[in-house]
Write a protein that binds this ligand. Structure first.
Ligand SMILES: *[C@@H]1O[C@H](CO)[C@@H](O)[C@H](O)[C@H]1NC(C)=O
Ligand SMILES: *[C@@H]1O[C@H](CO)[C@@H](O)[C@H](O)[C@H]1NC(C)=O
Length: 925
């Protein structure tokens, strides 16, 4: 008890040292959140207007009316290809147009076809393939079925809200009604009494202008919030809506604030928190043992999401489910956005992987990155000068630790003017870049969106003269405060501004880099040190006369789009690498993300997995966290474990705040340095797998890292697990995430109701695990518990090199782990690791299959890329007995090979087959 109390006190002190939460709004401090949250369930005022229905080949439209205020809305339900529907609701004749999100979807979605089944007084049924939408007229509601199973209900809780644009009321007319009137009338009230109740938006003191701390929001258009609830009758857990430093499974918001989506630069963010962070993807999934479904709420304004589940605790919520009627009170989410329209995509799955791909079909997938960007990155705020960069790079070689990319944070610039260099610290950037390139290394430098207001700075002068900055309503350029001091912010929503910005990346403009240098876009929420909640005022004006309020969560996305365009223009045949902190739906098309300014403690290490899993199912597979923690100084043990975790997450970069102690691996005790070397080498050995997974992500949209439920959808005990993750369906990774442990409990998921487990092989020892459930695995300092699934083949490269570039022609080892039938298969993807040649077919994509003691390769498409690599080794785990020998047949010529037993696996050395050749290899018993 005392220990617990002490811990509690300790935590409270810990909090006090972290973020100043009072810098950020609670729901209660935000007028629209407060207004909309007053609405009680079960009392929807919205109804379809009889006689307004129109049907088309892919959609239906109708008018909707709010029964109290008689305001009219237009409703459209569209069927899309791939088990997806779209629900659109806007005002029928708004006072001014309402903002509709652009540039998040990769294309116009492909329409499906519909059949209108039956239409009676209050109900309309629409069929599209195996899917059905039942639209109920009054109160308005839509039930989406797949194969006659109700999967998503819209407005089933009756929490729809749509504040129509209105003229500002005469202030004297106020105060007729007591300020505390609730929007929901008491049940016994007469209809007349209900009509007398003013809507919350007319009563809330912040509806027409509001203050937060010293900041004023003029709100010239008044209240304009939209909200809608989505129920998931088949679901037991909800997940999604990045970015939050919270568990993978979303918690109930009963008694807490909703989860918030508003891109913000949060200093020393808290974990286990629903507070907004740097990026926002308004996408949620509901998952149960039978089905998965999702909703993408396409709105770029500030958004709060209320979660209705039984309990904050996953396990007890599942228990509660069994004991109460799920159909009556299913898990649900209510999205509440400050402005815009209702535009919701309903993703009907039915499997988790189907649902994830339905989302990437809409918003796109990540491009295959250059291979080196999947290797290890070394960063710090800051590497101080050219000598520092050179010494760090040399020391990685001296200590024989692979490292591909050096990074420069803001201090490389001349006074934080981007596209310039500090001439004293970096007098010869081209030489420095050449020195790195000669070693097979790369350089990434930072470019942020805040522009120093300095009349000696070309970028500022151009933006000023041409009117490129975000403006106040009176047309003055907005001026904020950021790294350079006084700064303004280009309006990247203007295509001309994006073009200007992207042109700056041309080598004819940015002459002090080469086309091998890539970019890091930070502070693009945007961060404004002296702005409300460390960002811009909502009443600032963007291109098209939209308020910042309407587009806030898209600002960072528009910025990285500009960067991406610039890099393509600079060198059309080199795949860009961009790292961004802010993001929105669709940002995966342009950039990788990291989880921002985390802290050197065990909790933040644990959250790096939770946060990247949520990002991955939301389209953003290329995610990592600052290894070691940005703030604070990791002790040797935490640093070691963080490297081991980072080595198995997609984006692998060490980074640190300027006030932390230097922490290059050789500055730690020798053992720590060796553990780090070992972890990084593990990453490099698996680079062929990483590269293959990212290629397959680009073509099929499946996440690279996956929660267990992606492949074990029936195992309830796996739903809430977020200390482990899968790499595709091949590896299960459960890093050590606690201090001072000598074993970890690894959960092996079940494939069916009978709790049957897959076979899993420890990748270090080939020790086999056959049962589902927890298994205690001993760990030493070097151990990263990673297991390969029986039934898979994984490619590796096992020679130790300085950089990934030097591994390009190295031979492959194939790790074959057999399932219970003695079978396995798995793919390998190879290309030039850099260019877009693969889009023209210049690659090798091969599937290896093992069956009946025989390994055969099948090329997917014609193998065109001229690789120099061979297969040098096979490791086969799970054979009943050691074969006497092996015979390989290449081009009709057979050759005998030796078989060695090594621990629990069998090794076949030197099959001597080129990766482009057909072969068949037989084991002789
Ligand atoms: C590049 O490498 C050479 C040779 O090691 C060294 O003399 C020079 O200082 C380096 N230049 C920069 C800018 O790092
Ligand atoms: C690989 O094996 C699995 C069964 O383990 C099978 O479902 C799948 O179709 C196989 N894939 C290929 C490409 O052979």
């Amino acid at each position: 008890m005392r220990a617990a109390l002490f811990l509690l006190l300790f935590c409270v002190v810990g909090l006090a040292l972290g973020v100043d939460q009072t810098n950020f709004k609670t729901c209660d401090q935000s007028s629209f959140c407060r207004r909309v949250r007053k609405l009680q369930p079960g009392n929807s005022k919205f109804a379809l207007v009889p006689g307004t229905l129109n049907t088309y080949s892919d959609s239906v439209t109708a008018d909707i009316i709010h029964k109290d205020n008689q305001h009219l809305f237009v409703f459209k339900l569209e069927a899309l290809q791939g088990n997806t529907f779209r629900v659109l609701i806007d005002e029928k004749s708004p006072l001014r147009p309402r903002y509709k999100v652009e540039h998040a979807l990769k294309d116009t979605p492909r329409p499906g076809t519909i059949k209108v089944l039956n239409e009676d007084g209050n109900q309309l049924t629409i069929v599209s393939g195996p899917n059905k939408a039942v639209i109920i007229g009054d109160p308005f509601r839509i039930d989406f079925y797949q194969d006659d199973v109700l999967s998503v209900s819209v407005n089933a809780k009756g929490l729809m809200n749509f504040e129509y644009l209105r003229t500002k009321p005469n202030t004297e007319a106020k105060n007729e009604v007591d300020g505390n009137v609730d929007a929901a009338a008491p049940a016994e009230a007469t209809p007349e009494a209900q009509n007398a109740v003013k809507p919350a938006e007319d009563e809330d003191p912040g509806a027409w202008e509001e203050n937060f701390k010293s900041h004023h929001d003029s709100k010239p258009y008044g209240p304009e919030a939209v909200a809608l609830d989505f129920s998931f009758p088949e679901a037991e857990v909800l997940f999604g809506i990045p970015e939050h430093a919270d568990s993978f499974v979303l918690k109930s918001t009963s008694g807490t604030d909703p989860y918030r989506l508003y891109n913000l630069d949060v200093f020393e963010y808290l974990i286990d928190s629903k507070m907004a962070l740097y990026g926002s993807i308004p996408l949620i999934y509901g998952h149960g043992t039978q089905r998965t479904a999702g909703v993408y709420w396409q709105n770029a304004a500030e958004t709060w999401v209320d979660i209705y589940t039984a309990s904050n605790n996953v396990v007890s919520s599942i228990v509660n489910f069994v004991s109460r009627s799920r159909k009556a009170d299913p898990p649900a989410a209510q999205f509440i956005s400050e402005s815009g329209i209702i535009d919701a995509f309903i993703l009907l799955g039915p499997t988790p992987m189907d649902t994830f791909k339905q989302y990437t079909d809409l918003t796109g997938t990540g491009n295959l990155p250059q291979l080196y960007s999947l290797a290890y990155h070394q960063c710090r705020w800051n590497y101080n000068d050219e000598k520092d960069v050179e010494t760090v790079s040399e020391n990685f070689d001296l200590y024989d630790i692979p490292m591909d990319t050096m990074w420069l944070d803001i201090e490389y610039t001349d006074a934080k003017k981007y596209f310039t260099w500090d001439q004293y610290k970096f007098p010869n950037p081209l030489n420095m870049i050449k020195n790195l390139t000669d070693l097979g290394r790369h350089l990434v430098i930072i470019i942020d969106p805040h522009i120093k207001r300095d009349t000696g700075y070309f970028f500022h002068n151009d933006c000023t003269e041409r009117g490129y900055y975000v403006k106040h309503a009176d047309n003055r350029d907005y001026e904020g405060w950021c790294w350079p001091g006084a700064a303004s912010y280009p309006d990247f929503f203007n295509p001309e501004v994006r073009k200007y910005y992207s042109d700056q990346y041309l080598l004819s403009n940015f002459k002090t880099v080469t086309s091998d240098v890539m970019f890091w876009n930070d502070m693009n929420e945007p961060s404004v040190f002296n702005g409300p909640e460390v960002t811009m005022y909502k009443d600032l004006i963007h291109y098209g006369n939209w308020e910042h309020r309407d587009v806030h969560n898209l600002y960072g996305h528009m910025y990285i789009w500009g960067t991406f365009d610039g890099l393509i223009k600079r060198d059309p045949n080199q795949r860009p690498f961009i790292l961004t902190r802010a993001f929105f739906a669709g940002s995966q098309r342009y950039a990788a993300i990291w989880t921002g300014d985390n802290t050197a403690d065990w909790g933040h290490l644990q959250h790096s997995i939770k946060m990247c899993l949520t990002a991955a199912v939301s389209g953003l597979s290329f995610c990592g966290a600052d290894v070691g923690g940005f703030f604070g100084n990791p002790d040797p043990e935490l640093f070691e474990r963080w490297y081991q975790t980072g080595a198995f997450l997609p984006f692998f970069r060490s980074h640190a705040h300027i006030d932390t102690k230097r922490r290059e691996p050789w500055l730690y005790p020798e053992k720590t340095r060796l553990v780090i070397q070992d972890a990084i080498r593990k990453r490099y050995a698996y680079l062929p797998l990483w590269y293959t997974m990212f290629y397959e992500h680009e073509i099929d949209g499946g996440p690279v890292v996956r929660p267990l439920l992606a492949h074990y959808p029936k195992d309830k005990d796996a739903f809430g697990i977020d200390n482990s993750f899968l790499l595709q369906d091949r590896l299960l990774v459960r890093p050590v995430l606690q201090q001072g442990v000598s074993k970890v409990d690894v959960y092996f998921p079940a494939i069916d109701d009978k709790k049957t487990g897959d076979l899993w092989y420890d990748v270090d020892t080939y020790q086999r695990y056959e049962k589902s459930g927890y298994e205690s695995i001993p760990v030493n300092d070097y151990k990263v518990p990673v297991f390969q699934r029986g039934g898979t083949i994984v490619p590796r490269k096992e020679r130790h090199r300085r950089t990934s570039l030097l591994m390009q022609n190295d031979p492959y080892t194939l790790i074959v782990c057999l399932d219970r039938e003695g079978k396995a298969n798995g793919t390998l993807y190879i290309d030039d690791e850099k260019s877009y040649g693969y889009r023209k077919g210049n690659y090798i994509h091969v599937n290896f299959a093992f069956e009946n003691y025989r390994l055969t390769n099948y090329f997917i498409g014609t193998p065109k890329y001229d690789s120099k690599s061979w297969i040098e080794r096979l490791v086969i785990a799970g054979l009943e007995k050691v074969p006497k020998s092996a015979t390989i047949v290449i081009d009709g010529i057979s050759k005998q090979l030796d078989v060695l037993q090594q621990g629990k696996a069998v090794i076949i050395r030197k099959p001597g087959v080129h990766v482009r050749m057909d072969f068949s290899l037989r084991l002789n018993n």
